[in-house]
Design a protein around this ligand. Structure first.
Ligand SMILES: Cc1cc2nc3c(=O)[nH]c(=O)nc-3n(C[C@H](O)[C@H](O)[C@H](O)COP(=O)(O)OP(=O)(O)OC[C@H]3O[C@@H](n4cnc5c(N)ncnc54)[C@H](O)[C@@H]3O)c2cc1C
Length: 483
């Protein structure tokens, strides 16, 4: 029997697993898909928000402001790129400036440090390409940017290095109450655990219903994006918002942690929780809105579009509590934005809840907070590259030319705990396939390496989701004796 079963390997599930792995606990993470970070965590803006958006005295405000300063330490420990580049909420009119004043007041009430309302001249110093109609802005220097899936992968790896187990491809189908806790049936196995932590993103309401708790409902709301090539990356420095609209923070223009530019998202209710398609009319609206914030965004350098699905709770706030009808069953639901920013603080809080429910937890004396360093070949000096290749020639073979990713890096990302098993899993861990050609050249080579390292046939390698097969067989294969 496990002490704790965590359902869902997004940023909340992996953060909680890593926090709990500081203690003498048997932990298992159950994830329905074939990789970490398959839900909202892989498709969002990647902003570590300062904390002026959420209404004071909400859980969203509390965990956002508490979570923001926690990123420096955890990213240093886990070797995840993070940059505190600040954010602007830009205004175009007097009415917008009133909203900005309100956001400032709200931020101060929430405890956000160093907020400032600045005029166009100061904005121009920060952002020379700011839109011509921008008159003023709220400046929050504590906001930052991160690669959310890299953080989730690193957290899962570190939790596993410290003893946690991970079962991918295990969709939770049913949960029964037992004398000592819960029996969980997944698509592949049955496990028992004393405590369950429900971090199932848009499906958290359905998981909660499995133990008879229907206290909240999740509505999926999607947001669509452009991702521009690194060649456009130099044109802005900070995260640039417009004034918030009825739903959400509006369209953002932001650098990414890896030097691309991300533009989006919009915000619409969608008919189902897997609605990740992109649509022309919505992307056009995103493009037209963004062009007001920044002059001359080069949309001809767009390399891909994608959609993320938010878990909108009917309670209007995060749900982070032990179920009222199921003892030891903790719901972490409705974790919409600023969920990524809040995740370190949520993990700390949930760990405290487990400690209280269990009547105390024993420290793990050999807990190691550090993840083995990741070699990023492109960032090394020529001398370091030469030294590395001498030690391991696989670092001398460039597989992804757009992002300069070597075979050595790909082999390493497959063979770590919580390692890659799919083409997009390699992409999320190493950036192979993230560049301008979007894997057009390197995908076959990545597939070969995956097949070799995982001891699989190359036709069994999928792009991302479970059934996203790429190859079906040899081109000249003989079928029924005929060519
Ligand atoms: C468009 C968009 C933009 C956003 N921008 C930001 C931002 O800039 N900054 C910020 O702070 N936040 C942002 N957010 C919010 C942030 O992305 C989320 O709060 C966060 O990713 C939620 O993480 P999670 O782990 O709770 O959910 P998820 O990442 O969705 O993970 C849930 C996991 O549970 C798994 N699962 C579901 N059902 C089952 C089952 N039955 N059995 C097993 N596993 C299951 C899923 O496969 C998934 O992997 C944004 C969200 C969206 C959608």
């Amino acid at each position: 029997m496990y002490d704790v079963a965590i359902i869902g390997a997004g940023i909340t599930g992996t953060f909680i697993a890593r926090e709990l792995s500081r203690y003498e606990l048997d932990i298992v993470i159950l994830e329905k898909d074939n990789d970490i970070s398959s839900g909202a965590t892989k498709a969002n803006t990647g902003i570590v928000h300062a904390g002026y958006d959420a209404k004071p005295n909400t859980k969203m405000a509390y965990f956002n402001v508490k979570g923001n300063p926690m990123f420096d330490k955890v990213c240093e420990e886990l070797d995840v790129p993070f940059k505190r580049n600040g954010s602007l909420v830009v205004g175009f009119s007097e009415e917008d400036m009133e909203t900005i004043e309100e956001l400032y007041e709200r931020g101060v009430k929430n405890g956000v440090p160093k907020l400032e309302i600045i005029d166009r001249e100061k904005i121009k110093e920060l952002e020379p390409n700011i839109g011509k109609d921008v008159v003023g802005a709220l400046y929050a220097p504590t906001a930052g940017i991160i690669s959310p899936w890299e953080l989730a992968i690193a957290l899962a790896e570190n939790a596993m290095d410290n003893g946690a187990e991970l079962y991918l491809n295990n969709e939770v189908k049913n949960i029964e109450t037992t004398d000592s806790g819960y029996r969980i049936k997944t698509s592949e196995r049955e496990i028992e655990a004393k405590y369950v932590i429900n971090c199932a993103g848009v499906y958290a309401d359905e998981i909660s219903q499995m133990v008879g708790d229907s206290s909240f409902k999740i509505t999926p709301r999607s947001g669509q994006y452009y991702l521009l090539d690194k060649a456009a990356g130099e044109m802005i420095n900070t995260v640039i918002f417009q004034c918030p609209r009825k739903f959400g923070k509006g369209v953002v223009v932001s650098p990414t942690a890896h030097g691309n530019i991300i533009v989006g998202p919009d915000n619409e209710v969608v008919p189902n929780k897997e609605a990740t398609e992109t649509t022309g009319y919505r992307l056009r609206m995103v493009r037209e809105t963004a062009q007001k914030s920044v002059e001359g965004i080069p949309f001809n350098k767009n390399i891909t579009n994608f959609t993320g699905v938010r878990a909108e709770p009917d309670t209007g706030d995060f749900i982070i509590e032990e179920s009222k009808v199921a003892k030891g069953f903790i719901n972490v639901g409705g974790i919409k934005s600023p969920g990524l920013t809040s995740s370190p603080a949520i993990a700390e809080y949930v760990t405290g809840m487990v400690k209280d429910i269990a009547g105390g937890l024993e420290d793990k004396e050999d807990f190691n907070p550090k993840r083995k360093k990741v070699i990023r070949f492109a960032e090394l000096s020529n001398e370091e590259k030469a030294e590395l290749i001498k030690k391991d020639p696989s670092y001398g073979r460039i597989i992804c030319r757009c992002e300069t990713v070597t075979e050595g890096e790909i082999i390493d990302c497959i063979n770590r705990n919580a390692g890659a098993t799919t083409v997009d899993g390699v992409k999320r861990r190493t950036r192979a396939g993230f560049g301008r050609c979007q894997g057009g050249f390197c995908m076959p080579r990545v597939m070969e390496i995956l097949a070799r390292e995982l001891n699989k046939d190359v036709t069994d390698i999928v792009k991302d989701g479970t059934d996203s097969y790429i190859l079906t067989g040899e081109t000249k294969e003989i079928e029924n004796g005929e060519e």
